[in-house]
Write a protein that binds this ligand. Structure first.
Ligand code: UDP
Ligand code: MG
Length: 153
């Protein structure tokens, strides 16, 4: 049974909307998988509120991946992420959208991602794992601020 809270009684258009940030990584662009990846999110019911084909530079990636700078895999990650264009995008949906997007992406290592997830269905490589998605509401706000400052609150 659906709980009748004040929030549930509001029409969809007035429910709290929530935005998250994704990157269809260069491997997804090279392999022609961007359409299929974005289609999954659109079919789910999320809206694309911004999207752009963009080649990412090392400085932008250092801001984006600040938590990983200096780790063993970092240089390979930057080389991969900057080797050709990626599609950076902002998705919008109900509260908790970032979390559902992460579930739809699958585990970081595509060999361990469940079938039915993007990484599970399309990839085998650890670094070249097709998609990035913000890992919290705070990360989403931070990352949208880096890539689409015009959308930042
Ligand atoms: N990565 C990697 N080796 C690792 C961990 C991460 O190549 O041991 C890459 C991979 O592309 C991953 C990204 O670095 O998506 C960021 O890592 P994180 O642990 O934040 O995974 P994610 O949040 O993307 O699932
Ligand atoms: Mg991460």
């Amino acid at each position: 049974m659906i709980e009748r809270t004040a929030k549930n009684d509001r029409p969809d258009s007035l429910r709290a909307m929530n935005r998250t940030f994704i990157i269809c990584k260069p491997d997804a662009v090279e392999r022609g998988l961007v359409g299929q990846i974005l289609a999954r999110f659109e079919t789910k019911g999320f809206s694309i509120v911004a999207a752009e084909l963009r080649t990412l530079d090392a400085d932008t990636l250092a801001r984006h991946y600040a938590e990983h700078v200096g780790k063993g895999f970092y240089n390979d990650l930057v080389a991969f992420m900057s080797r050709g264009p990626a599609v950076v995008a902002v998705l919008e949906g109900p509260e908790g959208t970032w979390e559902t997007v992460r579930e739809m992406m699958g585990a970081t290592n595509p060999m361990k991602s469940a079938p039915g997830t993007i990484r599970g269905d399309f990839g085998t490589e650890f670094t070249e794992n097709l998609i990035h998605g913000s890992d919290s509401a705070e990360s989403a706000a931070r990352e949208i601020g880096i890539f689409f400052p015009e959308l930042a609150n």
